[in-house]
Write a protein that binds this ligand. Structure first.
Ligand SMILES: C[S@@+](CC[C@H](N)C(=O)[O-])C[C@H]1O[C@@H](n2cnc3c(N)ncnc32)[C@H](O)[C@@H]1O
Length: 267
C-alpha cells in the first residue's frame, strides 16, 4: 500500500478531519463538513463532549509519557492542528522532545507543514494506518525520531475508522515494531450495547465508514503492552485531576496508555 495521502481534496464532500475540526470549534471546515458534523451531533448530542474529553485525555497522556522519559512521539491520524498540539504538550515537559505528525489526508498534511514548520523538532509525514510499516519507514526518513530508541505511538480517535479485526492487526504491527520501553496512547469510540444508536450514528456519519468498537476490543489493541494505571477507562476518567461524575452513556470514548516491556514475557 502507498504511504502517500489517499484522500483527494474535495470541499463538497464531508471529510473526517474537517468535520472533527468543526466539532472541536475550529475554522478549517466547509459546509459539507459542518452538515455531517451537525447530523452526528443530532444523532448523539454527547459527541461534542466526547471529542473534547478525548483531546483532554490526549494532553494528559502525552504529558504522562513525557514524564516517564520518552520524548519521541509519532502522532498517527493527527488531525488538523488544534491547541494544544502534541508537540506543544511534549515541549512543555521537555523542550528537546520531537514529534512526527502522520495523516492520510493531504489537507491535514498541508496545514501541519504550514503551521508547524517553524516549531522546532517537528516533522510531518503522509501515511495510512492500514500500513504501519510504511508509516514507520516514512517516520524514519524524517530523521527527527530514532526508532531504535523508545518512542510513543499515538492512535487517538482513529481506530474506529477500522473494523475491530483490522484495528487489532494494525496495533499489533506497531507494538511489534517499536523498541522495548516504548508507549502507545490510544482512544477509541465504543458502543455500550446500543445497536440502534450505533446504526443511527453510522448513518449520520457519511465522511467515512465508522465502526463503534467494544471495550474488550480496545483491551485487545494493548496486547503485548503493560497498560499503565489507571488502566483502560473512559477518556474523561484517565488520570483526570477533576473527574466528572460517573454517568452511564450508550456510547463513549475508551482510552489508555500501554508500555512495551523491556523484556519479553515468558508465558
Ligand atoms: C477524528 S480525527 C482525530 C484527530 C486527533 N488524533 C485527535 O485525537 O484529536 C481522525 C484523523 O485521522 C485521520 N485518518 C483517518 N483515516 C486514516 C487512515 N486510514 N490513516 C491515517 N490517518 C487517518 C483523519 O484524516 C483525521 O485527521
Amino acid at each position: 500500500m502507498s504511504s502517500e495521502p489517499v484522500a483527494p481534496f474535495d470541499p463538497s464532500k464531508p471529510n473526517i478531519a474537517r468535520a472533527y475540526d468543526f466539532i472541536l470549534g475550529g475554522k478549517d471546515n466547509f459546509a459539507a463538513d459542518r452538515e455531517v458534523a451537525s447530523k452526528i451531533l443530532e444523532a448523539y448530542p454527547l459527541t461534542g463532549v466526547l471529542v473534547r474529553e478525548s483531546r483532554s485525555f490526549l494532553i494528559r497522556a502525552v504529558d504522562y509519557v513525557s514524564r516517564q522519559g520518552v520524548t519521541q512521539f509519532i502522532d498517527v491520524g493527527s488531525g488538523l492542528p488544534t491547541s494544544p498540539n502534541t508537540h506543544e504538550v511534549a515541549y512543555e515537559a521537555d523542550p528537546d522532545a520531537c514529534v512526527v505528525y502522520v495523516d492520510n489526508d493531504p489537507v491535514v498534511i498541508a496545514h501541519a507543514r504550514a503551521l508547524l514548520a517553524a516549531d522546532g523538532c517537528v516533522a510531518v509525514a503522509p501515511g495510512d494506518v492500514h500500513d504501519p510499516e510504511a508509516i514507520l519507514a516514512s517516520v524514519r526518513k524524517t530523521g527527527v525520531v530514532d526508532l531504535d530508541k523508545p518512542v510513543c505511538v499515538i492512535l487517538a480517535m482513529l481506530l474506529h475508522f477500522l473494523d475491530p479485526a483490522e484495528a487489532a492487526n494494525r496495533t499489533a504491527a506497531f507494538v511489534h515494531a517499536i523498541a522495548p520501553g516504548s508507549y502507545m496512547i490510544m482512544s477509541v469510540g465504543v458502543n455500550n450495547n446500543d445497536p440502534e444508536l450505533g446504526a443511527r450514528f453510522a448513518a449520520a456519519y457519511t465522511a467515512a465508514p465508522l465502526y463503534l468498537h467494544k471495550h474488550d476490543d480496545v483491551a485487545g489493541y494493548f496486547a503485548g503492552l503493560e497498560i499503565v494505571e489507571p488502566g483502560l477507562t473512559e477518556a474523561r476518567f484517565w488520570r483526570s485531576p477533576s473527574p466528572p461524575p460517573a454517568e452511564s452513556r450508550p456510547a463513549d470514548i475508551v482510552a489508555g496508555v500501554g508500555r512495551k516491556p523491556l523484556l519479553p514475557s515468558v508465558s
